[in-house]
Every structure is written in C-alpha cells, then in structure tokens.
Design a protein around this ligand. Structure first.
Ligand SMILES: [Fe+2]
Length: 274
C-alpha cells in the first residue's frame, strides 16, 4: 500500500491542491490530513472544500477543534507574547471566514485514527497520542519515550505533525535505534516552509508490504519525505489581498520563519537565520 500524509495545511490551499495532484500521480491508495486545516493563510473555506471533495481522511488538529467549537484561541501552545499576538490575528481571521457547514464538520473529526495495512498498525494523531497540541521535536524527544508511546497504544508506527518540521525515528522491539519494526514520523506541514530558506513545503509517503529481497525479510514499511513546489507567489498575493500579517507573507516568500520561533529547541532553531 502507498499512503500519503499531509500535515498542517494552515489554509495553504494552493500547496494542498499541488500535494493531492502529486500524490495521485504517484499512485497512492489513500490520503490523510493530520489536522490544522486553517490558520496563517487565506480563504480557509478553500482548504476544507479540497479536503472534503478529494476523499482525504482527516484527524482533528488543535486548530480544527478551536474553530469547530468557536473557542477564543487556536490552542497552538505558544508561550511567547509576540507569537500569540500573530497567532490571534490569524485565528480571528480564520474563525470569521469559515462557513458554518465546515465548522460543524470540524467538530465531528476524530482526535485519532487507527488503521492497519499489511500487518503494520498505524496510529494517526496531530501532536502526540496523549495531547493534541504536544510539540514532539527530534532533538528533545527520546527513543525510549517514543517506544513507550507505541507500546501503550498498541501500534507499530505513530504519525503526527503540529511542529512544522518533518522528521522520523525507527527502533526495534527492544527499543534500540534500528531500521526495523517501530517508528515515529512527523509528516511535516503543507502550510509553510521549514525555516531553511527554501520555499518548498513537505508531505510524506508511507509504503507498506515492501518487496522481499533474496533471503531477507521484507521491511515492514518505508518512508519518503516529499518536497513540494507550489505557486507560493500567488499565495502571497492572496494573503496580501486579505490583509494578513506581512510577517506571514515574508515566510511564504523567503522560506524563513518570522514568528513562532520561541517554541523551537536550540538545535532546531540553529538551522534558521535568527
Ligand atoms: Fe497544531
């Protein structure tokens, strides 16, 4: 099976449309979005329509929970006042521009989904299985912790998003780092680039039931992180027309984050320019 996973869309409907087309061209059998449909970008209804019209299954992110229930903020989990200021501007815009039908639909989305392909048990969530808005960073998350989460949730692979940076780790049944059996995958986000000075965004392909080599057991699953080019200049124009913060537009145009840097651990922060 070939499966596509999209992380936070953040209303980047142009990247989402490009990702759906790209995944289809690779012959995927199914597509999932791991939540956070809105925020940051323009015209949130367009993202919902694309998701709903293209048979993309969805796990509820913190943003979708907030918009669906009409809460006062996005529950993103930022601690810095400047980050929260920009997050609030974005949230208020998104809440105002989502139609009632989409908001009702968001309320019904599951917080997690379990699926099994070729004997590989997948747990799909937004931040982590224990908290929707938990930030799991590569540099600060131990393999022991990830292995325990898999054991506690009776699954082989956990897939999440929320942080904005893709990464993966695999280990074996004894908890040793290995290419075998178990894993955690942050599928990245379609909503904005990864703070590395490039304008592409990322999504993830997962393949189960791989070919059996001569005398070898098949790998139970394989991951491919896909860099995705889309019309980022058009998105920036739309954001400008909607009077969204210039700080957000600069991120789309340059590939560098201008907000939400305070949540980054030092190692992830060093890859950026600030
Ligand atoms: Fe999130």
């Amino acid at each position: 099976m070939r499966l596509a996973f999209f992380g936070g869309i953040y209303s980047n409907h142009l990247a989402l449309a490009a990702a759906i087309a790209d995944a289809r061209s690779r012959g995927v059998d199914a597509m999932w979005c791991l939540g956070d449909l809105g925020g940051f970008g323009p015209h949130p209804d367009r993202t919902c329509e694309l998701i709903r019209n293209n048979n993309v299954s969805v796990v509820q992110g913190n943003y979708d929970h907030s918009i669906g229930h009409g809460l006062n903020d996005c529950q993103c989990g930022y601690t810095d006042p400047r980050d929260n200021h920009f997050a609030q501007l974005s949230y208020d815009y998104t809440l105002t521009h989502n139609c009632d039908d989409h908001r009702t639909w968001m309320r019904t989305l599951p917080a997690q989904q379990r699926v099994e392909f070729d004997g590989v048990r997948l747990l799909l969530c937004h931040g982590s299985p224990r908290r929707t808005n938990e930030f799991l960073w590569d540099s600060t998350t131990s393999t022991q912790f990830l292995a325990k989460m898999c054991d506690n949730n009776a699954c082989d692979v956990i897939l999440g998003t929320h942080t904005g940076l893709h990464w993966q780790r695999t280990w074996d049944e004894r908890g040793a780092v290995s290419t075998k059996s178990r894993g955690f995958i942050n599928v990245g986000v379609l909503g904005r680039p990864e703070n590395d000075g490039t304008i592409n965004v990322w999504y993830t392909l997962l393949r189960t039931g791989g070919d059996v080599g001569a005398g070898e057991a098949p790998l139970p699953w394989e991951v491919e992180f896909v860099p995705l080019i889309y019309d980022h200049e058009r998105l920036a124009c739309e954001m400008r027309d909607e009077r969204l913060p210039d700080e957000f537009i600069q991120t789309i145009l340059t590939g560098w984050w201008t907000t939400c840097l305070e949540v980054l651990p030092s190692k992830e922060r060093r890859r950026g320019q600030w």
